[in-house]
Design a protein around this ligand. Sequence first.
Ligand code: B16
Ligand code: MG
Length: 214
Amino acid sequence: RIDACIFDLDGVIVDTAKYHYKAWKRLANELGFDFTEEQNELLKGLSRTRSLEIILEIGGVRLSAEEQAVQAARKNEWYVDMIRHMQPDEVLPGAGAFLESLRKAGIKTALGSASKNAGTILERVGLAPLFDVVVDGNAVTASKPDPEVFLKGASALQADPAYCVVFEDAVAGIQAARAGGMKVVGIGAADVLGAADIIVSGLGDMSLQRLKEL
Ligand code: B16
Ligand code: MG
């Protein structure tokens, strides 16, 4: 029995990692060091603040808390400048159709994202109407792997976590779903996402039938 599905945003519904990467790389370069796409992988699912700490460690740069807040805000300005141009064709393959099939089947949907920009992104790509509830980085105090974001989603949908399925592309997100007592579908590569119940390459591989088999 499945009552609700809770979706991560970046890497599951849209690929915003490429915009995060551009903005973080610009910041790293301005601070005098390089930042690679492989290093960007480490930041998936982590909060903006935690991401900046990791980038500064990579560059061996030490900043005061105030200066870190300033730099995180600059990065976010560049990032928002990119995502405000996003279009519906940037929704990852199969995501819209799967969300619609859930709606038809009476299964509730929530977004569970670390991003404080999640609302803007959903509006831009036209998916906001397909989510019953949005829990984003503005609504949580503890980042993934803490289960808070998913538990808040389940609670807002009045769903028992045992009957919720989380869709996640990041290791920290899969750990968060597990810690919340939920089922989890990993999106991506089997070698990194081993702790998921099943692993698919994208929502295009999901169906109501597959969901019921979980
Ligand atoms: P923002 P998700 C996460 O989104 C991204 O994966 C992560 O790279 C980013 O740092 C985080 O959101 C915070 O985003 O700076 O927009 O608040 O995967 O949890 O949907
Ligand atoms: Mg993600």
